[in-house]
Design a protein around this ligand. Structure first.
Ligand SMILES: Cc1cc2nc3c(=O)[nH]c(=O)nc-3n(C[C@H](O)[C@H](O)[C@H](O)COP(=O)(O)OP(=O)(O)OC[C@H]3O[C@@H](n4cnc5c(N)ncnc54)[C@H](O)[C@@H]3O)c2cc1C
Length: 389
């Protein structure tokens, strides 16, 4: 007999959504949610946004789900698939009938001893930075999703910010070159010291602060925050013999290669029919939807996860939504109503739209998904006005 009919590993947004999904189908069976963080589930996006501009920390906590047992501060270290039991750090084991792996990702680290660096992901990281008064000099390493958001928020909140990254422009891995380079100037006008094209090579603790070495210079800062992307937490699954490939592989019912074990959220790699490719998505829409669907599937509902998740970000007073593949190496078709303030950017490969960025334009994600699902062919002419703002 299992201890719990349903066990969810990972107390993030995906794990929480899964618990709700289970409850929407099965009103009473025992559910255990095990999470390594010392706190219960919360929403992560405000950690780089609203919490720096007046939103209360109390607003991030997700509501408890009826009848779900929550174990925080507990790391799952093994899965015994034959016995259907998980092993916890410390030796305890717990039986399951259906298991969900919603273990998310771990921030990528600097390629040298970066002790003292805040690899920004959790509410604990937020509290660590927040404990420093406005005016403190924070060096942020990485000009991608997390780095660009936290730089804008800290500058808005009155911190002294240096943003250092090896690419030519902010968000260069997502945005067309001209937009990324424009953002460098936009940040500089808002008091961020932007050090584009500069690679961090070392770090030395210095009194209460740090000296950050780069391939060009040295930066003295009170604190170093890094946003270098994440590595999916798929080791537990791999060690249990589940199929993994930069994430845990799932089918459209969100089952792994073991039908009693499901995976969802940042850690899961799934086939998206519109893109015709296996993708892993590290964003909120996917965490919520895929988590919920995985929970429903665990409880016996018919599930076919074909959703193409969107994502969004806020950078000072700029904002965007995006869906699909945002790779500036593809053919990029940009239609600006107001340069770098309001416009639509299409990413095209082999005559098909693979991704859409709506900059300063919101609520167009369904139109963008429909376009991505179209067989094409698309070219700059046929795309003009396809997503009206
Ligand atoms: C600062 C920040 C801002 C963001 N802003 C946006 C945004 O603006 N828009 C957007 O679309 N997305 C945003 N995201 C992304 C979004 O928050 C993530 O996609 C989402 O949180 C992923 O949820 P998850 O539950 O799959 O993974 P995670 O959030 O990583 O949660 C996984 C949990 O599992 C736990 N865990 C891992 N291994 C084990 C184990 N072995 N045993 C027990 N527990 C374990 C971890 O401790 C963690 O709590 C942001 C992310 C961050 C970090």
């Amino acid at each position: 007999m299992p201890d719990f009919k349903y066990v969810v590993v990972g107390g993030g947004m995906t794990g929480h959504a899964a618990a709700m999904g289970i409850r929407s189908v099965d009103a009473s069976a025992p559910v255990l949610l095990v999470g390594e963080e010392p706190v219960g589930p919360y929403v992560r996006p405000p950690l780089t946004k609203g919490l720096w501009t007046g939103q209360e920390e109390g607003s991030i906590w997700l509501p408890s789900v009826e009848g779900i047992q929550l174990r925080t501060g507990t790391r799952v270290v093994a899965i015994d698939r034959a016995e259907r039991r998980i092993g916890l750090e410390g030796g305890e084991t717990i039986g399951y009938e259906r298991l969900l792996l919603a273990t998310g990702g771990t921030p990528r680290r600097l390629p040298f001893d970066g002790d003292g660096v805040v690899y920004y992901r959790t509410v604990a990281d937020f509290r660590r930075v927040r404990a420093l008064p406005a005016g403190t000099h924070v060096a942020i390493v990485g000009g991608g999703f997390i780095g660009s958001e936290i730089a804008a928020s800290l500058a808005t909140a009155g911190y002294r910010v240096t943003l250092v990254f090896p690419e030519e422009g902010i968000g260069a891995r997502l945005f067309p070159r001209d937009l990324a380079v424009h953002l460098n100037g936009y940040y500089a006008e808002r008091e961020v010291e932007v050090r584009a094209g500069e690679r961090v090579t070392g770090l030395v603790a210095r009194g209460s602060g740090f000296t950050l070495r780069t391939d060009r210079d040295e930066i003295q800062a009170d604190l170093v925050v890094a946003g270098l992307g994440i590595v999916p937490n798929d080791r537990l699954a791999g060690e249990a013999g589940l199929e993994v490939d930069d994430g845990i592989l799932v089918d459209e019912t969100l089952r792994t290669s073991d039908p009693a074990i499901f995976a969802a959220g940042d850690v899961a790699r799934f086939l998206n029919p519109a893109l015709g490719a296996r993708i892993r998505v590290e964003h909120e829409d996917n965490a919520n939807r895929m988590g919920r669907e995985a929970g429903r599937a665990m409880a016996g509902a018919d599930v076919a996860y074909r959703h193409l998740p969107f994502f969004y970000s806020d950078l000072f007073d700029l904002g965007y939504e995006a869906v699909g593949v945002l790779d500036p190496r593809l053919e990029v078709v940009a239609e600006w109503k107001e340069p770098y303030r309001r416009g639509i950017v299409y990413y095209v490969a082999n005559g098909r739209v693979r991704g859409v960025l709506t900059w300063g334009v919101f609520g167009k994600m369904d139109s963008a998904r429909a376009l991505i699902a179209e067989p094409g062919p698309h070219d700059p002419e046929s795309l003009r006005g396809r997503i009206p703002d």
